[in-house]
Design a protein around this ligand. Structure first.
Ligand code: S3P
Length: 430
């Protein structure tokens, strides 16, 4: 247990901050770097616990991965030279490792077994197992392969045409990764766009991939070629500081090199819509991924409605957006976010309960929340449910509460943002 008591602080957030590398892109860089023949250098890699789980998995296949802080060098002879792992692969708390790796495991001609922590073991896996079985992968696990631990016997995949039944980049990516090993083309169709980091990076590694109007097609015709990857700052980590600057009077904060991929930047659109002031500069694109410097200045916020196509573009930011909504004038309604129920914890329940304990007026709905804004938060005892994003949202709340905020356990923050508290200290004392 690693609880904290955060005294209220009304210091504005000022100066510059560089948040750590993007979690989704870091995972994918290790996966594609290991699948490609040659040497891949990754810079600004996220050294959080989740990405370490992906690195460990490929080391168990015999891939050489050298890590020096946030720089990684992967030397691989391609998947034809991977060997069957002796031990089960441990995916810890990492949903992205657990959802994407089966696409690769289904393609490898040997046996693998995988497991995770208690939270991961309760998250649905049938969403990736079903399409990969259609491709020819053989899976077994609890409830017929619906939950970890899973056993996989891979090899001999064939391409499929698959329409995503849920808005999930993880499912899309698992099928595309399977497509790298399959005979014939694989096509994934998505009705609403989800994050497209897999598509961007597969293209950068030379895969035979094309995407238009929600139809993504991949084949095994071209082998991946090692390439260098720069990982932009994680907008999902930046979100905590963007929101903090948006709600603490007197703040003006610049977040440097933040990923601005359109499929991830919904939080900027929503905070802007609520009245926050953003200035974006130094924009660049590397490996298909846009990034730049984001300056946010405190302004009065008003409530809004978040629903439909924007939801996948800010799915991981909804807990911190809910905190912003408590400080906005009027009501904020969040709909179409039923996926929050199956994240690291049930984030509708955890966010509603946490904010209510702090004195906010938040009602859970089946697929979202209704937040009455304009009330001062009191502070109090809260629970993070071992969820990094809930823990960071609760920590940020202490910047606007009257009394201290106690959080039962903040160790989960190491999943995605090991330096979070140092960074919080820096931006509130410059
Ligand atoms: C992720 C996709 C999202 C997101 C998760 C990371 C990814 O999940 O919530 O944190 O890296 O592809 P879903 O695709 O299941 O919505």
């Amino acid at each position: 247990m690693n609880g904290v008591t955060l005294k209220p602080s009304s210091s504005p957030l000022t100066g510059n901050l560089q948040v750590p590398g993007d979690k989704s892109i870091s995972h994918r860089a290790v996966m594609l770097g290991a699948l490609a023949k040659g040497t891949t250098h990754i810079t600004n890699f996220l050294t959080g616990e989740d990405c370490n789980r992906t690195v460990d998995a490929f080391r168990q296949f015999g891939v050489s991965i050298q890590q020096n802080n946030t720089s990684l060098t992967i030397e691989s002879n391609g998947p034809g030279n991977f060997h069957e792992p002796i031990e089960p692969l441990y995916f810890g708390n990492s949903g992205t490792t657990a959802r994407l790796m089966p696409g690769i495991l289904a393609g490898l001609p040997f046996f693998t077994s995988v497991y995770g922590d208690a939270s991961l073991a309760s998250r649905p896996m049938n969403r990736v197992v079903k399409p990969l079985e259609k491709m020819g992968g053989q899976f077994d696990g609890r409830s017929g392969g619906s939950y970890l631990p899973l056993a996989v016997r891979g090899g001999n995949l064939k391409g499929i045409h698959y329409t995503l039944p849920i808005k999930s980049a993880q499912v899309k990516s698992a099928v595309l990764l399977g497509g790298l090993f399959a005979e014939g083309a694989t096509e994934v169709v998505e009705a609403s766009p989800t994050r497209d980091h897999s598509e961007n990076m597969l293209r950068a590694f030379g895969a035979d991939i094309s995407a238009s109007n929600g139809h993504i097609r991949i084949s095994n015709e071209k082998s991946l070629i090692a390439t260098d990857v720069y990982v932009p700052g994680d907008i999902s980590s930046a979100a905590f500081f963007m929101t903090a600057a948006a709600i603490v009077p007197g703040s003006k904060l610049t977040l440097t090199n933040v990923g601005l991929n359109h499929s991830r930047s919904g939080i900027i659109d929503v905070l802007r819509e609520m009245g926050a002031s953003f200035d974006i500069s130094n924009q660049q694109i590397i490996g298909g991924e846009a990034f730049g410097d984001v300056t946010i200045t405190h302004q009065k916020l008003t409530g809004t409605v978040i629903e439909g196509e924007i939801v996948p573009r800010l799915i991981d930011e909804l807990p911190i957006i809910a905190l912003a909504a408590t400080q906005a004038e009027g009501t904020t309604i969040i709909r179409d976010a039923e996926e929050l129920r199956v994240k690291e914890t049930d984030r509708i329940k955890a966010t509603t309960e946490g904010l209510t304990r702090l004195g906010a007026y938040v009602k859970p709905t089946e697929n979202g929340m209704v937040i009455e804004g304009g009330y001062s938060l009191t502070g109090g005892k809260t629970k993070a449910y071992n969820d990094h994003r809930i823990a960071m949202m609760l920590a940020i709340s202490s910047l606007i509460t009257k009394d201290a905020v106690m959080i039962d356990d903040v160790s989960s923050i190491n999943i995605s943002y090991p330096d979070f508290f140092q960074h919080l200290q820096t931006v509130t004392s410059q």
